[in-house]
Design a protein around this ligand. Structure first.
Ligand code: ZN
Length: 394
């Protein structure tokens, strides 16, 4: 009888229909915080985030529809700014686009948050807390003085590298950099971040840099926008060992929604994550003359002729990464770092920031509770930020 009851309740659970009301209630109480959004690369060239845009992934209307409590905006510094020592200048321009173009011009919607207490206060006021993270450690131009100024302006995490290896940290984005970790100065940078209360972000870094930083950092670390390598084998994603070790020190992996980081088929069909495919296309376009756009169109033509269809990831793939991280490292180890407006392909079902309630529904269907979803959306990242503040003596 008990067995039959159990069987019945399991079946009933599997077939339970999640209502729209439940999705909306759970989503609202989960207080969504996303740790990586690149709309800043658009606002810096004049896009108004208050405009209902037909293109891109992010605007105020869609952030509201997506039920965001807080958003970390990427202060992304392209590697090209290293040449001519312009990386510090670029970092300041990107900080200004958050402070001036996003928060300043839309103070009815956003308020800049410097602390976990600010985030709690701002979301109670009904506004969206805006935070900043530098993407690319070369932005400090090898100077702890610049790092301290960025902290004073509100930077609360720094990704130690972007796709380029810098003078003090190896990146996963270049073959040579993959063998490199942190130099003695790189270790000093991490220690100074700890002292200031700036979170250490290990997305983009080489595996060796990850292990070095994990050893040095006095505070838990985050991967602001990375996924699981066990499900999608690209150097940008984290191995199970890395995820477990990060979690053991109270850190968190914020899952990245880029198609080519979620799905192996998508990764294999992208020149960005498939070096063999990229080499073929580069060779075919060796003498191509034309604009970047014409080059992309030509590359697509060649891919079609090679029979390579550009694959897309799905909402189910995103859920699979979250689920995998929970299984190997626990519910306290995972969060959301969508990388919206930083990638050209987003999953079917999670096309832009407005679609986040779809993820809540999918997690509920998978059996996650409201409390679990709150951990994934906000509690885990707030813990890392609070412990970073505490380690700095705040
Ligand atoms: Zn990135």
């Amino acid at each position: 009888m008990i067995l039959r009851l159990l069987l019945f309740s399991t079946l009933a659970f599997a077939q339970r229909k999640i209502t729209d009301d439940e999705v909306s209630r759970v989503h609202k109480t989960a207080l969504l915080i996303d740790t990586h959004n690149d709309v800043t690369s658009r606002t810096v060239t004049g896009f108004d985030i208050g405009e209902n845009a037909a293109t891109g992934h992010t605007d105020i209307h869609r952030l509201r529809k997506g039920g965001y409590s807080a958003q970390f905006f990427a202060v992304y510094v392209a590697a090209s700014y290293v040449e001519g020592d312009r990386a510090g200048h670029r970092t300041m321009q990107m900080i200004d686009t958050v402070r001036h173009d996003i928060v300043g011009k839309h103070s009815e919607t956003f308020e800049l948050a410097y602390t976990t207490a600010d985030i709690e206060r701002i979301r109670k006021s009904g506004k969206i807390a805006a935070l900043m993270g530098i993407e690319g450690g070369h932005g400090i131009e090898d100077s702890l003085r610049l790092l301290r100024n960025y902290y004073a302006l509100g930077i609360r995490y720094m990704t130690l590298t972007h796709s380029n290896t810098n003078n003090w940290a190896g990146s996963s984005g270049d073959i040579e950099g993959r063998t490199k970790g942190l130099t003695p100065f790189g270790k000093e940078v991490v220690k100074e971040m700890n002292r200031l209360g700036m979170m250490v972000d290990i997305s983009h870094v080489s595996d060796k840099t990850f292990w070095d930083a994990l050893e040095v950092s006095a505070a838990p670390m985050l991967a602001s926008h990375s996924s699981a390598r066990a499900l999608c084998n690209v150097p940008r994603n984290m191995t199970d060992d890395m995820i477990k070790a990060l979690a053991k020190k109270s850190g968190v992996v914020q899952v990245n929604f880029a198609c080519s980081f979620l799905s192996q088929a998508a990764a294999n069909s992208s020149t960005f994550t498939n070096p063999a495919l990229r080499a073929k296309i580069d060779a075919a376009l060796k003498d191509f003359k034309g604009t970047a756009q014409e080059r992309r169109a030509k590359a697509r033509e060649i891919m079609n002729s090679l029979g390579v269809k550009r694959e897309r990831a799905t909402l189910a793939d995103a859920v699979a990464h979250i689920d995998h991280i929970v299984k190997i490292a626990g519910i306290d180890a995972v969060g959301i770092g969508g990388d919206y407006d930083g990638v050209d392909c987003t999953p079917d079902g999670l096309e832009d920031v407005s679609k986040m309630p779809n993820l809540t529904r999918a997690l509920l269907e998978k059996g996650y509770t409201a409390a679990d979803i709150k951990k994934i959306y906000s509690d885990n990242i707030l813990r890392v930020m609070r412990e970073t503040e505490k380690a700095a003596g705040r």
